[in-house]
Design a protein around this ligand. Structure first.
Ligand SMILES: *Cc1c(COP(=O)(O)O)cnc(C)c1O
Length: 230
């Protein structure tokens, strides 16, 4: 029986994860692994599912909708992690279980209004701009408490935590400094929002730093599926 590259990649990733949780004294079972499947065909997602993954992240709505439909026979959890436009929230509210990129009240309000009544509340992470760069999306640290309070007031949304995409750097100390800012913001908010339980940080190139700083939801694309073509 030959092993596919996705299967091999997942085995390597699990090893990396295990080494890292040991190094930083974390529990592997506390860390949820999301496979970021943007630009990948549905067949790749089936393969990853066969290897035990059931959380999938997508960034582009049209592409995601097609795959969600194609894979409706599998018990998958879909996370929207891409840029959110307020005029395109409806399909996201209808098709996804999680959204990680909420950064504006207007978008939150629309997702709340558009979440179908028959479904459980939409699980929401607020995307925070931790690098402070103007070009990066996300709510500022200063704007975060008000946005969290607003989302908490919406009945069809459930505030689960925070997400960030740090400025790219391959120095682990710089990666950790950025993730530490998100962790600190998370801890500060927890006094007002004790049900918040999710720190969504860490991608293929910085998952060790994220684990060191307390991540409990990794968003991994390249290390599972290989380099993106699209
Ligand atoms: C693409 C993407 C990822 C995955 O990045 P990799 O480097 O391929 O692991 C994670 N989070 C977000 C928000 C993304 O857009």
């Amino acid at each position: 029986m030959t092993h596919t590259s996705i299967e091999n990649n997942i085995a390597k990733l699990r090893l990396r994860l295990r080494q890292s949780v040991e190094k930083y004294d974390r529990q592997e079972s506390d860390i949820l692994l999301m496979a970021v499947s943007k630009t990948r065909p549905a067949a790749d997602i089936r393969e990853a599912y066969a290897c035990g993954l059931d959380q999938f992240g997508e960034s582009y709505l049209q592409e995601a909708s097609k795959k969600i439909e194609e894979l409706a026979d599998l018990p998958l959890t879909w996370h929207f992690i891409g840029p959110l436009q307020s005029n395109k929230t409806r399909p996201i509210a209808e098709q996804f279980q999680w959204v990680h990129s909420v950064a504006r009240e207007k978008v939150a309000r629309r997702l709340d209004e558009q979440r179908p009544a028959g479904k459980p509340p939409l699980q929401v992470c607020l995307q925070v701009n931790i690098s402070g760069e103007q070009s990066k999306s996300g709510v500022s640290l200063a704007g975060l408490p008000a946005l969290a309070e607003f989302v908490e007031s919406l009945p069809r949304l459930r505030l689960r935590g925070l997400m960030a995409i740090p400025a790219a750097t391959d120095r682990e100390t710089d990666q950790r400094a950025q993730f530490a800012r998100l962790r600190e913001a998370f801890s500060a908010l927890q006094s007002q929002h004790p049900d918040m339980d999710t720190l969504s940080m860490g991608m293929s190139a910085d998952m060790e730093a994220a684990i060191a700083e307390g991540s409990n939801l990794l968003r991994i694309g390249t290390a599972i599926f290989g380099p993106r073509r699209g």
